[in-house]
Structure formats: C-alpha cells, structure tokens
Design a protein around this ligand. Structure first.
Ligand code: AMP
Length: 285
C-alpha cells in the first residue's frame, strides 16, 4: 500500500478521485491500530471507493507531562490492519509536514471543551480541533469516521464542523471492546497483566449505572448514578478515579437529576498506575 506523506499529494489524490465521482471516506488516527480503528476503516470502506486512514501522533494534543514520546508507533503493523479492514490509502505525514516552520494558527472550540478532558488536559482539544481540521483539509473526505470511545472528542469535532461550515459528514461508530468489556485502546499496551485484569472494572461500573437508569421509572438523581459507578470502581483500590460522571449527552453539563427520556452520558476517566483509561456509555433514561 502506498503511504502518502505529503499534504499536496494527498489533496491531489482525493480531488482527482472526487472529480471522477469516486467518494472519499477518512479515518483520522494516531496509529498503533486495533480492531476499534478497524471498525471505522471497515465502515468507511463499505460506503466509499477510497478510504484514507491517517496515522499521525499529534504532538499538539499532548500535555508537557503526557505520553507523546512513549506513545506506541508501528506503521508496518498499522498498514497490515488498514489493508485487512478494506482501507485503500494511508496518509502518514511527518510533524514537519503538518506543522511547517512558522505555523501559528489554532482552532479553539468553546462550550463542550470546557469540562472533563478539556478541564484536566489544558490545550488538548485545541490540539485535537486544529489537527482534525488540517487532516480534513488534507484528505478532503465526504465522510469522516470517529469512535464513541472518545465521546467528548466527537462532540468537539461535530461542533467545529458545524461552526466552520466544513463540507464533511461526521459519523460516530460504537466502541469496540475486548471480550471482557475493556474498551480497546492503543494505551492498553501500557498495562501490566494484573492491571489488564482489573481494567475491565471501568466497564462494569458503566454497566452498573446503565442498569440503574434502565430501572428508573420517573427521575433519578445524578448523585445516585455517580455513586453506583464509584462504588464498583472502589472495589479495585489501585484505581485512582479522575471522574465518574453522569452528564447531559449533548452539552456535557451536570444536572441535579435525570428524567425518563433524557439522554445521559456516563463518562469515566481513571488511572491504573501511570496509565489513564477513559470509557463511556450513552443511555436514554
Ligand atoms: P486514536 O488513534 O486513539 O486517536 O483513535 C482514532 C479514532 O479511533 C478515534 O475516532 C477514536 O475514537 C477511535 N477509536 C479508538 N478506540 C476505539 C474503540 N475501542 N472503538 C471504536 N473506536 C475507537
């Protein structure tokens, strides 16, 4: 598979395809691909003549003490995964290609970026919005695929696309999980065997909250839902909970209580040792 590294060549390939009436789907990733990424590639390949997967570990979305240097990189393995899921093109630019000398522009999305990941990882969503905008401009897709695994990120990307009139459809695909429920993530390789066994507790906490919401007949307090999640996680004392919240699924704002028909996002971030895991479920009460 031809690995495209130049933005100009990428744009030309996408433009030529579109002029020939061949649609372009894209899947932005940071590489170290697993079946979660694979499901996005397969969804795009089903609908589009070209499916471009970008592989770019974006430095601007990592904080100074985060894992940019340690982040797993394996382009050869990624190419095999992309091919296996029906991807047709790989776009793997260098940092210098994406952020040439003198680069100063950034995109800041308001609102949904101000809480949760945005509050704990200053500048993270500026980095995400800016790189996604640039990747869309490079790959020129008609449709771009994202995973619900990064729920807040999907809201940020959708907001940016609406606010900037970007001519692309954003499609969000369900979270792909390991057999025991752990959400697949490139960062799972950081876990020791013992931590890996315990990591599934996050999903069990989400399920406990989901069960509670499915039994709710009228209203339920946010506190009760959040307590159900923290209780499950507290059974593994090694977990350091960053947040375990039940928020409005559209605005990410906390409400005192939720009533039948409300869409609630259950979101957890927790650390096992030095590895930070995130997961979520979106549930209608
Ligand atoms: P990343 O390489 O972690 O930046 O992820 C690239 C894309 O794959 C993002 O849209 C993620 O939300 C999505 N993704 C990551 N893990 C999963 C998963 N387990 N299931 C579905 N999508 C995922």
């Amino acid at each position: 598979m031809h690995v495209i590294t130049s933005v100009a060549e990428m744009q030309q390939i996408a433009e030529t395809a579109r002029q020939q009436g061949r649609s372009v789907g894209c899947v932005p990733t940071m590489g170290s691909l697993h079946n979660g990424h694979g499901s996005l590639i397969a969804a795009s390949a089903e609908r589009h003549a070209l499916t471009v997967t970008s592989v770019f570990v974006n430095p601007t979305q990592f904080g100074p003490h985060e894992d940019y240097d340690a982040y797993p990189r394996d382009l050869d393995g990624d190419i095999a995964t992309i091919r296996a899921h029906g991807g047709t093109h790989v776009f793997a630019p260098s940092v210098a290609e994406m952020y040439p000398e003198g680069f100063t522009t950034s995109i800041r999305v308001g609102g949904v970026t101000e809480v949760l990941e945005g509050a704990r990882r200053p500048g993270h969503f500026d980095g995400v919005a800016t790189v996604v905008c640039k990747l869309l401009e490079a790959m020129r897709p008609t449709e771009a695929f994202f995973g619900q695994k990064d729920y807040q990120q999907t809201l940020v990307v959708k907001r940016m696309v609406r606010d900037l009139f970007l001519p692309v459809k954003i499609t969000v695909m369900p979270t792909v999980r390991e057999d025991d429920g752990l959400a697949m993530s490139s960062r799972n390789v950081y876990l020791s065997a013992d931590q890996r066994n315990k990591a599934t507790t996050i999903y069990r906490a989400l399920l406990a909250a989901q069960d509670l919401l499915s039994e709710t007949e009228d209203t339920i307090s946010r506190q009760a839902i959040e307590h159900a999640m923290t209780l499950v996680i507290s059974h593994v004392p090694e977990f350091e909970i960053d947040y375990a919240v039940a928020v409005d699924a559209d605005t990410l704002q906390e409400q005192e209580a939720y009533a039948t028909g409300d869409r609630v996002a259950l979101l957890i971030a927790a650390k096992l040792g030095t590895t930070r895991l995130i997961d979520n479920l979106v549930v209608t009460v």
